[in-house]
Design a protein around this ligand. Structure first.
Ligand code: FEO
Length: 399
């Protein structure tokens, strides 16, 4: 993909990663992009780089605008390798006057690349860099999502280079949000938020407050993955506010695995009990759905219902995988319940309830287990469990 101008003398010079399919456990079935930006002026500034294997795209894009050797400063907003992997090659080529990052960023970059000799210049929250006709203000964004993370705001152009924040893992030939379907864009943004930022919602809320306190509202959010926001700036900021406040809708997700379809039948019956009076329900068979897609539905669901049959006195392994992943993402303020079938040891519901407690999901029903194959009476009891869950979902509706 060719360099694209965002505003006069400010360019996207990144790389589109069409083939990326996994990002440490998060499925990226639509690929991603690793965005870097070049500001041309009295001082030429490169914001972030790309992963090591895509450095040639970055260098080609820079060459379309200026000779790389003319770059004066490199700003590294975040040390993760998708943004710094190309740093060694770029620094060798460019030999910049300054490599600007936070103190935590310097520690992390040195720990990654073992190059204490690079020309580090440390900045902290609120510092500014005067580069003649433009001023760059640095905004600390610690734990969004690493301790070193920061954003860089070009004050005169109102462009916020916000690194991972507001991003999406979505490979496209388009560069701006108003060039793509917003339904898909917000789905990808929600998936990104829950799988990357959900564990640090408090940090996200602090960052949003900082954003509101800026003298000017950014007109462009130049993300390091996916589409640059220019028409939907307010919409994505509002969505981050809802997501970081863990606001939920009157809805439930039923997540289950099944051995001989008994637990699947129970899932269907509980779902029938939940789905009425404006309460929405979605069922996810773990054999068919990826954990990171399920989490995208968990993001706005008030109830999380878990089902597994017993396997060797435990739960099925895909459920253990799901719960390990979900626990680390720390969904808060949810209610839950468990169900499952068994043969001779009635243990899976107890174990799922223990998981619910561990994830701090409030158990609102003791759950239901069924021996081997559910009878009509068992199915009716599952529907009743669903109906009780529905009432609790409605009781928890914010006034
Ligand atoms: Fe896109 Fe945290 O790296």
């Amino acid at each position: 993909m060719q360099a694209v101008e965002l505003k006069k003398d400010i360019y996207w010079v990144g790389a589109v990663d069409w083939d990326l399919r996994d990002f440490h456990g998060y499925s990226t079935e639509n690929g991603s992009s690793h965005n870097a930006y070049l500001l041309r002026g009295e001082k030429n500034v490169l914001f972030d780089t790309v992963k090591a294997s895509m450095s040639s795209s970055l260098i080609q894009n820079i060459r379309r605008i200026i000779e790389p050797e003319k770059i004066d400063y490199i700003i590294s907003n975040h040390s993760e390798m998708d943004h710094t992997g190309a740093l060694p090659e770029i620094l060798d080529l460019v030999k910049p006057e300054k490599l600007i990052c936070t103190a935590e960023g310097q520690k992390a970059i040195v720990a990654h690349f073992h190059r204490e000799d690079w020309p580090f210049e440390i900045v902290k929250d609120g510092d500014t860099l005067d580069i003649g006709s433009k001023t760059i203000q640095f905004l600390g964004t610690p734990m969004l999502h690493w301790p070193d993370s920061m954003a860089s705001y070009i004050l005169e152009d109102k462009i916020l280079m916000c690194n991972d924040i507001f991003g999406q893992h979505w490979a496209t030939s388009e560069r701006f949000d108003d060039e793509v379907d917003h339904g898909e864009l917000f789905w990808q943004s929600a998936k990104y938020f829950v799988n990357i930022f959900n564990p640090t919602c408090g940090a996200a809320r602090k960052f949003l407050a900082k954003l509101e306190s800026l003298e000017s509202t950014p007109e462009m959010l130049a993300v390091d993955h996916g589409l640059i926001w220019r028409s939907g700036v307010r919409k994505i900021i509002d969505a981050y506010r809802r997501w970081s406040n863990q606001e939920t809708k009157p809805s439930a997700v039923i997540i289950y695995d099944t051995m001989w379809e008994s637990t699947s039948k129970m899932a269907q019956a509980i779902g029938r009990g939940i789905a009425a009076e404006g309460v929405s329900v979605k069922l996810f068979d773990l054999r068919l759905n990826h954990r990171s897609d399920i989490m995208t539905h968990v993001l706005e669901s008030r109830a999380i219902i878990l089902g597994s049959p017993v396997l060797n006195k435990g739960i099925l392994p895909k459920m253990a995988d799901m719960l390990t992943y979900m626990k680390a993402l720390k969904p808060t303020g949810r209610i839950g319940a468990a169900f499952g079938s068994y043969g001779w040891a009635d243990t899976s519901v107890k174990q799922l309830n223990a998981w619910l407690e561990d994830i701090k999901i409030e158990i609102v029903d003791p759950g239901i287990s069924v021996r081997y194959v559910p009878t009509d009476d068992d199915i009716a009891r599952c529907v009743e469990v669903g109906e009780r869950i529905r009432k609790t979902i409605l009781d928890r509706q914010p006034s």
